[in-house]
Design a protein around this ligand. Structure first.
Ligand SMILES: Cc1cc2nc3c(=O)[nH]c(=O)nc-3n(C[C@H](O)[C@H](O)[C@H](O)COP(=O)(O)OP(=O)(O)OC[C@H]3O[C@@H](n4cnc5c(N)ncnc54)[C@H](O)[C@@H]3O)c2cc1C
Ligand code: SF4
Length: 327
């Protein structure tokens, strides 16, 4: 581990003021501190933001505000989350362990870095995300857990967060505070495609802080589901995951939200499948056809072609379960 200083911010503007040079914000530290131990992250200063807003409250418009310092467990156990956005509670509970969820914050979860093993191996592996321009050993190496959607010739890593998949499906907005003031944007627009600079993962500017997440009110979200497929029943990242919400009127799909995890550099909102589903009869055949439309652009690698079939089946099963519950 490299030497670094530690400071604790009292509010958002204080945090931004303190975040100079190579400083990083410190949430629960469950990802950042691991990366610092491996010297993959080398901040000269940690600005602790766990004392900032951790509120989980109803918004003026009937939606939800979640402070970036809210612990993952607090979000998953919140009554409003469990009743109005059950997919979010289930996604969080499907991740990590109780101890990690107790420490991890919403801001840190969204910004956790990939679990590509070559990214962590800075002794012998080449990785464009760790050292831009170095090359990518995953592409010709062992890439069973890697991306099938949205990858580039420079990087095929996936985003590992379960929570972010649910947030993307639920039309979350991310609110930021930086040196130029405050702004907010949809979480779907927060992550950058890998392109030839996979080390640039989001639209965050230097020193910019995530202050909160907001979710719009949604009758649809109350009937939502999160399904995760992994190698072990617990304490494992998703091979594939699906966050879905569905409403059916007179046998036809009135509205739908669908997001996919474990398959791309970002939580993947399945806009094409959603478009194909609206107005269709809520049948397994319609779910399969919409999935095929979404996955037409899937580009699996040698070791992870199984993800296409696994993901297709998981989407159809998740939507069928929701449709069955509504019948
Ligand atoms: C063994 C293990 C198993 C796991 N399994 C899963 C799993 O199955 N599913 C899953 O989703 N996750 C899993 N995780 C990952 C875990 O969810 C993340 O480590 C955690 O959510 C990160 O949150 P944190 O608050 O600890 O972030 P930190 O480690 O504190 O920070 C992560 C990053 O976010 C930045 N940051 C933090 N807060 C802010 C802010 N407010 N504004 C701007 N930047 C900020 C930091 O600077 C850092 O770059 C696992 C982790 C471990 C160690
Ligand atoms: S897939 Fe991305 S993170 Fe993994 S080695 Fe290649 S460049 Fe690095």
């Amino acid at each position: 581990m490299m030497p670094f200083s530690y400071e604790r911010a009292v509010d958002a503007s204080d945090a931004v003021r303190r975040a100079t040079g190579t400083a990083k914000y410190l949430g629960g530290g469950t990802n950042l501190v691991d990366l610092m131990r491996e010297t993959i992250e080398r901040p000269d200063k940690l600005v602790d933001v766990t004392g900032l807003s951790a509120e989980i409250v109803e918004d003026d418009d009937g939606g939800l505000v979640i402070g970036a310092a809210a612990r993952n467990t607090a979000v998953a156990e919140n009554r409003l989350v469990r009743t109005r956005y059950p997919m979010l509670a289930r996604a969080i509970m499907a991740g990590a362990s109780a101890q990690i969820r107790n420490m991890a914050t919403v801001g840190g979860n969204i910004l956790q870095r990939t679990r590509c093993t070559y990214f962590y191996d800075d002794d012998g592996s080449r990785c464009n995300k760790r050292v831009p321009g170095q090359g990518c050993d995953a592409i010709e190496g062992f890439h069973r857990i890697h991306a099938i959607l949205g990858a580039s010739p420079s990087c095929v890593a996936t985003h590992p967060s379960d929570m972010a998949v649910a947030l993307v499906a639920l039309d979350a907005r991310v609110h930021l505070c930086g040196r130029d003031g405050e702004r907010s944007l949809p979480l779907t627009e927060f992550y950058q495609p890998p392109g030839d600079r996979p080390d640039i993962e989001t639209v965050l500017k230097p020193g910019e802080l995530i202050t909160r997440i907001t979710l719009p009110p949604s009758a649809l979200a109350a009937r939502s589901e999160y399904r995760k497929v992994r190698d072990r029943a617990s304490y494992a990242f998703a091979l594939v995951s699906v966050g879905a919400a569905l409403s059916v009127e007179n046998g036809r799909i009135a509205d739908v939200r669908l997001a996919l995890g474990g398959v791309a550099h970002k939580p993947w909102r399945a806009f094409k499948a959603e478009q194909a589903l609206r107005g269709q009869h809520a049948t397994a055949e319609a779910f399969a056809a919409a999935t095929a439309a979404e996955l037409a652009e899937a580009r699996p690698l040698k070791n992870n072609a199984f993800k296409v079939e696994l993901l297709s089946r998981t989407i159809v099963a998740t939507l069928s379960k929701l449709a069955g519950d509504l019948a």
